[in-house]
Design a protein around this ligand. Structure first.
Ligand code: GLN
Length: 469
């Protein structure tokens, strides 16, 4: 049973204001789910009224007129607070907007609030937020996934049309899978990272989460494209409008993932049904044995924590956010502010990251991980010569209970199937494909070669339509 009614039609009838009011009612109805860290209620209503007014005057509105969007709390919005769900950014207010926010506003979208997440986007369950876990709208005793748990739940609970999340090692796709919604990690460089609080800069991408592929494409079309403020953005503006469902003639199944011992039988049986369906559709399926499965978590943890340890060095209690009351000299002030401000998981990752970069260990860890990353890329370069898209699970299990996983390594193992796309910079989408016998969501992941976001969305659209009828 849906806990909230879907939002009124996007066309904004009777008014955009009524849509925002409906979203605010839905937010209120799930306020105990801890989805939003802040709701921009007054501002969103005002903006909707302004859009209604402009429409009354016959003005042409932008492509996202009246679309209600939530933003993850690691995306900067001028004049608004942004905390990365960390105490260390207590009281911090953005002095500029992320490029994605600028583009959403220019397209006449309405930003409804900032969503809860794991602290600095580090986690797979949203339990690392300094503001507590997000409850999964499908089952409030369960986690919403992470790190964009609030973003996924904000869509699942119909509090917005589209949520912006960020994905460094699965943080859009895994929570989308856990909450029964769709999520897209675009090609690295497709969307500007300017104004995104950096975690692992060679892996981070912002992307949309929504109930449908079409809605994700609508937002991607607005936020994607080159940006002078992010030198890694791809050249050329691709068009993501007017998608046509595309049936893949051939696609690859990462058999070493589907057959992985960590995959829950409840998911296995759903995947088996999918496979049978694909075969019946006349799609040629190619089983792909991925040879580096056992190294994925290590490679990702080494690279991401190395980058994080550098990115998070800027939080010293000097420039941003919280400063300790207790220090007597400069060194102690920095040390103490960081000790008080960062939560345990963030501290663990900073220590891990500085360790793998330290002289004497750099070659053994960071350098080696970078080499394995290159091997993974080369492996997929060969795969793309045979198939235009590959399928694999998103998560090994359905959403687990809040508090169920306390061991960090068990938690890291959650990320196994979502990491490859980040390591090779490829676009990947998580799509809901049904429920387990217990009513928990099941998702499948499609990944295409870097740059092929449009083709990926068209394959995803085909699958979405195939499943819905
Ligand atoms: N689960 C991953 C991690 O813990 C997700 C990171 C991300 O994509 N932001 O690092």
């Amino acid at each position: 049973m849906p806990i909230n009614p879907p939002l009124p039609d996007k066309a904004g009838t009777p008014s955009f204001e009524a849509r925002v009011q409906a979203a605010l009612r839905n937010i209120e109805a799930v306020s105990d789910h801890n989805i939003y860290l802040e709701v921009f209620a007054e501002e969103a209503l005002e903006r909707a009224r302004m859009l209604d007014e402009r429409r009354r005057h016959g003005e042409t509105l932008g492509p996202l007129a009246g679309w209600i969007i939530s933003i993850k709390d690691n995306i900067c919005y001028e004049g608004h607070r942004c905390s990365a769900a960390s105490k260390i950014l207590e009281g911090f207010e953005s002095v500029y907007s992320a490029t994605v926010v600028e583009r959403l506003l220019a397209a006449d979208a309405v930003i409804i609030g900032r969503t809860n997440c794991d602290e600095f986007a580090m986690g797979s369950s949203n339990e690392n937020s300094a503001f507590g876990p997000v409850r999964n709208p499908i089952d409030p005793e369960r986690v919403a996934g992470g790190s964009s748990g609030g973003a996924a739940a904000s869509v699942a609970a119909h509090t917005c049309d589209v949520a912006l999340g960020s994905d460094t090692g699965g943080s859009i796709r895994q929570p989308a899978a856990f909450c029964g919604v769709a999520g897209l990690k675009p090609t690295y460089g497709r969307v500007s990272r300017y104004g995104l609080i950096a975690y692992g800069s060679s892996l981070d991408q912002i992307g949309p989460m929504a109930h449908s592929v079409e809605e994700m494409a609508g937002v991607l079309d607005v936020i994607a494209g080159p940006d002078d403020y992010d030198a890694t953005t791809l050249e050329g503006k691709e068009d993501f409008t007017g998608l046509a469902a595309r049936k893949p003639e051939k696609f690859g199944l990462i058999s070493s993932f589907f057959a992985h011992p960590s995959v829950d039988p409840a998911l296995q049986s759903r995947f088996q049904t999918l496979r049978t369906q694909w075969e019946a559709d006349g799609t040629t399926l190619l089983d792909i044995a991925f040879p580096y499965t056992d190294h994925l978590i290590a490679v990702y943890q080494i690279i991401s924590t190395a980058e994080a340890s550098s990115n998070l060095a800027r939080y010293t209690g000097m420039l941003y956010g919280r400063r300790t009351e207790k220090a007597e000299d400069l060194a102690a002030l920095i040390r103490q502010s960081r000790a008080e401000g960062f939560g345990p998981e963030v501290q663990r990752r900073i220590m891990l990251g500085t360790f793998v970069l330290s002289s004497g260990y750099y070659d053994a860890y960071y350098e080696k991980a970078a080499r394995v990353r290159a091997l993974i890329r080369q492996f997929f370069d060969q795969v793309w010569k045979q198939v235009p898209v590959v399928a694999m699970p998103v998560t090994p299990t359905p959403p687990f209970r809040i508090g169920e996983i306390s061991d960090p390594l068990t938690m890291y193992a959650q990320d196994l199937f979502v990491i490859p796309a980040n390591l090779i910079g490829a676009p990947a989408v998580s799509l809901p494909v049904g429920r387990t016998a217990d009513g928990l969501p099941v998702a499948v992941q499609l990944m295409a070669p870097p740059g092929e976001d449009r083709a990926l969305l068209e394959y995803a659209l085909y699958l979405q339509r195939r499943l819905s009828g």
